[in-house]
Design a protein around this ligand. Structure first.
Ligand code: IMP
Length: 420
C-alpha cells in the first residue's frame, strides 16, 4: 500500500470510516483533504463506537500521523472537542498536524448556512448539515476567507477581519435583519483558538511530499461522496468541496502522479441525507426495514437517511470519475433475509434508456430505474472471514455489481466490527 485514496461512490455515508480504520492500521500517514465537520465517520473497535467528524479516523492508530490538509474547512472548537473526547476515553492517539492554508469556519458561516437554508424555503432546501461548510468555501473562492495561518497572528487576524466583517455584517443586517458580529470579540476568541492550535500547525503538503518520497504508506480519507461533489455531484444538491479522488491532490497538496490507487466505497444499497433526486429510493416498508437494520441515521445530524436499492448507474459513474482501482462493498448483511434483491442497471427517461448519469437534476428526478432482480439470501453465519463463506446468492449479487459498475470488488463488509 503506497498511497491510497478512499472515496465515497454514492451520496456519502458509505462506510468510509470503517475502511479507513482498517487500512489506517497499516498506514504511516492518514490525510483528510476536503469537507469539514459535516462528515461523520463511525468506527467500531472492540465493540466501542467512535464518531469522528473532523479529525481523521486514522487517529485511532497511535503509530500514524494524521494530517488535516489545505482543502479542509476547520471549526477549531470541533478539533478541541474531538481531541478531548478521545483523550477522556483513554485513547492513545497518533500525531495530528493541520495545514496553515486550511480555511476556518467562522460563526457567521454557521449562521449564514442556517439563514440561507431558511430563505430557500420548502422544496428548495439543500438540507445542509448547518455547520457553515458552504459559506466557508464560498468565502474561500471569493477571497474573503480566514485561514488557519491568520489565527496565529492576532494583529494580522484583526486586520483581515476589519476587511471582511463589514461585508458579512452588511448581509446579516440588510438581507436577514440580524445583528452583525463585533470585531474585537471575534479577534479575541479566534486568536485564542490560534494559540491552542499553533503546536499542531505545520506545512502538511511538504510533510506529505517527504513521506511519499521516503516510501511511507499514505492514506487519503475522503469525506461525503462522488454524488455530493461540487463539480460532479447532483448539483445544486451537493456539498461545496471536491469529494472525488482529484480532491485528494488539490486538498492534500500533492501532485496527482504521487497517488497510486483509488479505493471506492459503496454500500450494498443506497442512502441519501438531505434533499435532491434519488431514483432507487424506497418510500415504503422495505425502505424502513433497510433504515432500521442498517441503523441509517446521520452521524452528524441524527437525521433519518433515505434508503433504496443499489444504483449501478451511480456507482459506475463514480468508478469512471474517480478512476477506481477497486470497490469496497459495505453493509451486505443489511440485505440478508430478503426474498429478492434488486440492482438498478440503467434509467428510463421519457421512453429512452440511459446508462449514464444525466448532468441535469431535473432529468434525474424524472428517471425511472431499470432493475435486475436476483434471488436473496438468508442470514450470514457469524464471524465469516472470506467471500467464499457467503451464501452463493450473496456471492452472485457481489459479482453482478462488479460487472455492472466495471470495477473489481476487493473488500466486502458484513458487520460493523473491524475484522468483519
Ligand atoms: P453541507 O455539506 O452541510 O453543505 O450539506 C450539503 C449536502 O451534503 C446535504 O445534502 C448534506 O446532507 C450532504 N452531506 C454533507 N456531508 C455529508 C456526509 O458526510 N454524509 C452524507 N451527506 C452529507
Amino acid at each position: 500500500m503506497p498511497s491510497v485514496v478512499i472515496v465515497g461512490t454514492q451520496w456519502g455515508d458509505e462506510g468510509k470510516g470503517k475502511v479507513t480504520d482498517l487500512l489506517a492500521a497499516r498506514a504511516d500517514v492518514v490525510v483528510r483533504y476536503q469537507g469539514g465537520n459535516n462528515a461523520g465517520h463511525t468506527v467500531t473497535v472492540d465493540g466501542e463506537v467512535f464518531k469522528l467528524h473532523l479529525i481523521p479516523a486514522g487517529i485511532l492508530n497511535p503509530r500514524a500521523t494524521c494530517l488535516i490538509g489545505n482543502g479542509v474547512v476547520i471549526d477549531p472548537v470541533v478539533v478541541f472537542q474531538e481531541l478531548e473526547g478521545l483523550r477522556a476515553r483513554g485513547i492513545r492517539m497518533g500525531e495530528l498536524l493541520i495545514s496553515p492554508r486550511a480555511h476556518v469556519i467562522m460563526p457567521y458561516h454557521r449562521l449564514l448556512d442556517q439563514l440561507e437554508e431558511e430563505e430557500r424555503g420548502a422544496g428548495k432546501k439543500i438540507g445542509t448539515t448547518g455547520r457553515g461548510i458552504g459559506p466557508c468555501y464560498a468565502d474561500k473562492a471569493a477571497r474573503l476567507g480566514i485561514r488557519v495561518a491568520d489565527l496565529l497572528d492576532r494583529a494580522a487576524l484583526r486586520e483581515r477581519l476589519q476587511q471582511i466583517l463589514p461585508f458579512k455584517n452588511a448581509v446579516l443586517e440588510k438581507v436577514y435583519g440580524r445583528p452583525g458580529f463585533e470585531l474585537e470579540a471575534l479577534v479575541e476568541e479566534y486568536a485564542e483558538y490560534g494559540r491552542r492550535l499553533a503546536p499542531m500547525v505545520a506545512d502538511t503538503s511538504a510533510y506529505l511530499y517527504q513521506a511519499v518520497r521516503e516510501g511511507r504508506k499514505v492514506l487519503f480519507e475522503g469525506a461525503q461522496g462522488t454524488l455530493l461533489d461540487v463539480d460532479h455531484g447532483t448539483y445544486p444538491f451537493v456539498t461545496s468541496s471536491s469529494a472525488t479522488a482529484g480532491g485528494a491532490s488539490v486538498g492534500g497538496g500533492i501532485g496527482p502522479t504521487l497517488l497510486d490507487k483509488v479505493l471506492g466505497v459503496a454500500k450494498a444499497y443506497t442512502t441519501r441525507v438531505g434533499e435532491g433526486p434519488f431514483p432507487t429510493e424506497l418510500c415504503n416498508e422495505l425502505g424502513d426495514r433497510i433504515r432500521e437494520r442498517g441503523r441509517e441515521y446521520g452521524t452528524t445530524t441524527g437525521r433519518p437517511r433515505r434508503c433504496g436499492w443499489f444504483d449501478a448507474v451511480v456507482v459506475r459513474y463514480a468508478a469512471r470519475i474517480n478512476g477506481l482501482s477497486g470497490l469496497a462493498l459495505m453493509s451486505l448483511d443489511v440485505l440478508s433475509g430478503l426474498e429478492v434483491v434488486r440492482i438498478c442497471r440503467a434509467y428510463r427517461h421519457r421512453g429512452r434508456v440511459l446508462s449514464d448519469l444525466p448532468a441535469d437534476v431535473r432529468v434525474l428526478a424524472e428517471c425511472e430505474p431499470v432493475y435486475d432482480e436476483l434471488p436473496g439470501w438468508g442470514e450470514f453465519p457469524p464471524k465469516i472471514k472470506s467471500v467464499a463463506e457467503l451464501p452463493p446468492q450473496a456471492q452472485r449479487y457481489i459479482e453482478h455489481i462488479s460487472t455492472l459498475v466495471e470495477a473489481p470488488v476487493v473488500i466486502v463488509s458484513v458487520a460493523p466490527e473491524r475484522q468483519q
